[in-house]
Design a protein around this ligand. Sequence first.
Ligand code: GAP
Length: 505
Amino acid sequence: MTKKITIEKIEELAKRRGFFWQSSEIYGGFSGFYDYGHLGFLLKNKFENAWRNFFLSLDDMFYEIFPTNIMPEQVFQASGHLKSFQDPLCKCKKCGNIERADHLVEEQLKESFEGMSPKDLTELIIKHDIRCPKCGGKLSEVGELNMMFPLDIGADSESRAYLRPETAQGAYINFKRMFEILRKKIPLGLAIIGKAYRNEVSPRQLLIRTREFSQAELQIFFDPDKINEHPKWDEVKDYKLRLTTTKDRKNIIEISCEDANKKLSLPKFYIYYMAKVQQFYLNVMQIPKEIFRFKELSEEEKAFYNKYHWDIELDLASLGGFKEVAGIHYRTDHDLSGHQKISRESMSISIDGKKIIPHVIELSFGIDRNLYALLEMAYSEERDQTILKFPRSLSPVDVVVLPLVKKDGMPKKAREVQDMLKQDFVVFYDESGSIGRRYAREDERGTAFAVTVDSQTMQDDTVTLRDRDTTVQIRVAIKDLIETINKLMRYEIDFEKAGKVVYEP
Ligand code: GAP
């Protein structure tokens, strides 16, 4: 990667322009927690809506639900999180500093050790004489910490509950009811967008590893007898997936869905969703193909509930390489069977003349990590300043409306244009400072378009429309603005062809 982008530059811009910063700043900051400002929140909304529009429209039977963030202990007994959701830890014998053992070993030996047992990690620490990064002291044996946040509910702490570590469980515990309501059909998809909480030992890299974060997850319940089919298979069978397997981590290969089915022994129902996830990244998020890959996880690396587990990774220059941003998980009947056992409620359904417990394929996205990736991708230093070149439809603000000067009726006209555009777009208004400074300010916020009301507007009801990425300006009639911007948002027309070009750099 040639881009001169660093995590410090992203952090500085994020704070200065209102994307995100560490929570409780006025009390010195709260490690692992981040607050979003107005632009961060708008960007988050844009991402979430794009995710909804794309994934919920894949099937008429995909719906979004909104369960609670706090759930009783039994839920996590059933899911296995109480027993298996552990992080390996080691403590410095000299200064008491606690570190996540696998990450520490990974940093020293430049290799991934995710999923390695505490015993094996302890052996590696001894063998390579890995010391405390803070004081150089010797480290303890590796132990384990459950990553869930426990809560005592009620005045007498009468019951134990947990903040959910993933949104997914809300879909499993509501599956049976939703199945009944939705006319007893599968595949059935239940999506949840919301917060998840994990007591990460070493939160780091801004939004990448935090203790409170957002997820967008889709649980697809299906008949396991039909795992090697998908009604829309023909649409994707020739589509090429970019992936790296456990056998060859060094190289990324491009392989058609058909070949992935034959050569990688992955079932069609799973591969179909790999194709859709890749299309979301390349077409909707407009991630350059070269920095996208699926990574197959080994037996040790897979989450405890998964039979197949491929992560989606993006090569992020500011973080020094590929980072996980999402995952596609074949969770089998692990969760529904677990809930059946603990709740004693049957999770089986009757379908096609047989009784089954449905299996689940989960599409799991970390929203904050994807927002960070979008920020890095958009970050550009040109024209003596920073510009955020987000994909148009994901820009936090769609349009800013600017009166050229604060007189001659222009502010009033500009307000009228703003009111009109507000029905369809996220619109800001700005009348302070020179027009050049105002354009520069919006470029740094990543606002897709600027509409300027000038003296000609007062004569003929046309305005200039400026493209953030090229600074080209065209003249457009106010009555055509909404339609023109909508077409430009969808990249249906070239900017230069959407009106008369009045400025080119
Ligand atoms: N329901 C499955 C599940 O939660 P996961 O791999 O543990 O799977 C899914 O998490 C996604 O959530 C990850 O790919 C990542 O994008 C995001 N994520 C996980 N832990 C995170 C953390 N501590 N901070 C920010 N994002 C996190």
